[in-house]
Ligand binder design. Sequence first.
Ligand SMILES: [Zn+2]
Length: 279
Amino acid sequence: MMRLELLLTWPSFFVMGAIVGSFLNVCIVRIPREESVVRPKSHCMNCGTPIPWYLNVPIVGWLMLRGRSACCGEKISMRYLLIEALTGILFAISWQLLAPEVAICGMLFSCLLICAFFIDLDHQIIPDHFSIGGAFIGLLLSLLFPSLHIKDSASLWSIQSNITSLGNGFTGMLMTSSLLMWIAITSELFLKKETMGFGDVKLMGCIGAFCGFKTGIICIFGASILGTLFLMPLILLQNIIPHMQKHIQWGQRIPFGPFLSLSAIILFFLQHSNRFQLW
Ligand SMILES: [Zn+2]
């Protein structure tokens, strides 16, 4: 019993998250290339030498190697370390802030959003695995864990609450993704060019299934605010400093998926944590 209690603490969830994060790294690199995430085993990106298990330990492996591969000294991106640490942190926060069954949903949601975030950043696409697949996972979790959508715990543990919760996930999925689609259609009409990809709309469906209608709508506005907060200083700096490289130009397509993902995970924690009863 003592052992189990020790296992169910935030440090062990951090470690679990870091291990899952190292698998997410594989997914982020391989899924957009339509490669298998299981085979071949981890190998050096430069010379193809298989990586021994002890150098493949999440976070520790990268630190031991100081960011260079043991076989040929090729630089290993710090992003691997970052994603492992980030997944660990989100798992630990989920466990600390949320009720156990909601924490499990939060951990799965974090994984989907981390993959969507980084793949969209790299390739300007969000694979259906995470958006459509994620929406189905969200609906399944809504059915299994009514506390994902229903706050009133007195009404829980009845079939009725499972069905109501599934209904909330379903409405969330359909209404938020269609709202985002209409925003895209309308802005396209005015700006006369594509503003948002269909991938963002599908990802929104996943977010809506996990968060429900109300939080989903707030998430769209949250993502727009985050996007503006991030891009405005960058654009201003570019124009003030004469020789700065122009990373962003007006009218350029900027991936919206990362902002949606970031907004969604923050709101998920705010929505379910007992410390901030916002809505
Ligand atoms: Zn190598």
